[in-house]
Design a protein around this ligand. Structure first.
Ligand code: PMV
Length: 311
């Protein structure tokens, strides 16, 4: 169907949230859940948005202003004059919107795909991704572009922002990467947290550089572990990335508690994922059985728990 071609996928950052903003490589996996969008041209001028995306409580209320701005930026990118041509946008899909899953990127990519289908000229995947990036600017000032790239292309990607176009490659997955991810139930503002890290970096460049150097060693090893299908090493490295997030001050007690619980339940690695100070954590599980055990353990503490596999 047409709607299937408007999918924008959610993502989980395996390595490099926050560091990726500063033009170093990150590793990201798209989840199988997506947002889709239906565009209707209507007589009434303006934009009507019907948002049927599943979401954790308060997410949509908290993100409404940013979402409206993001949609506006995408429409501007498409040179759409909604005073002349009214639009009705209907967002849906099975991706639960929660801070950390890249729901904003999934939304603007699905909108870009839907507009591209509605317009006479078909767009390339790179053009869709670029349109999604314009929308992401509505959510925070300096998006790395990792979210919209994962939302557009799917799979597991190595991503790096540069002064020009970002560079990214799709990883070949030899061993399935089984993940449980859980929400803290808290929605944080990416703009605020990214801004805070920036302020701390400017106040103490040596502190930030030390963490960045450690991260660079980590992400290189992480890529190797993925290439070799070495889940035990991958898990240990994810744990180390969580420690770096703690040093960056972007984790919080709620995330730390979930990370500890996942490890105790048998996860071979666990870390926060995304913006932090709320949002999501993820756990790497070696088998389907452990994936279920860890999910059950997290369900006792977290309001929402999901499973996904990068294969
Ligand atoms: O919380 P999310 O899913 O929006 O991920 C944000 C990732 C950051 O690295 C913190 C910001 C960015 O633009 O990459």
């Amino acid at each position: 169907t047409l709607l299937a071609r408007t999918r924008g996928y959610g993502k989980l950052i395996l390595f490099g949230e926050h560091f990726v903003v500063y033009k170093v490589p990150a590793l990201v996996g798209a989840v199988s859940m997506y947002t889709d969008c239906d565009v209707e041209f209507v007589e009434t001028p303006g934009v009507e948005v019907i948002d049927d995306r599943p979401a954790v409580p308060n997410y949509k209320v908290k993100k409404k202003e940013e979402a409206d701005h993001a949609i506006d930026l995408v429409l501007k990118h498409f040179n759409m004059d909604t005073e002349k041509q009214g639009l009705k946008l209907h967002f849906g899909g099975d991706l639960t919107c929660v801070s950390g899953i890249g729901a904003s990127a999934a939304q603007v990519v699905s909108l870009s795909r839907a507009l591209s289908l509605a317009l006479p000229k078909a767009m390339t995947e790179d053009e869709i991704n670029a349109a999604g990036y314009e929308g992401e600017k509505g959510y925070h000032g300096t998006p790395s572009g990792i979210d919209n790239t994962a939302a557009t292309f799917g799979g597991v990607l190595k991503f790096q922002r540069t002064d020009g176009d970002p560079i990214f490659t799709k990883k070949k997955i030899t061993t399935p990467i089984r993940i449980v991810y859980a929400s803290t139930g808290m929605t944080s503002s990416t703009t605020e947290v990214v801004g805070d890290v920036k302020a701390k970096k400017e106040a103490d460049p040596a502190w930030f550089d030390d963490l960045l150097q450690k991260y660079l060693v980590l992400v290189e090893k992480g890529e190797k572990a993925i290439d070799e299908g070495d889940m035990v090493t991958l898990g240990a490295l994810l744990n180390e990335n969580h420690t770096l997030c703690q040093s960056l001050t972007v984790s919080c007690k709620e995330l730390d508690d979930l990370v500890t619980a996942a490890r105790e339940a048998g996860a071979i690695g666990a870390k926060m994922s995304g913006t932090g100070r709320g949002g999501l954590m993820l756990a790497l599980t070696p088998t389907e059985e452990v994936q279920d055990t860890v999910a059950a353990a997290l369900e006792k503490l977290a309001p929402q728990v999901w499973k996904t596999t990068f294969a």
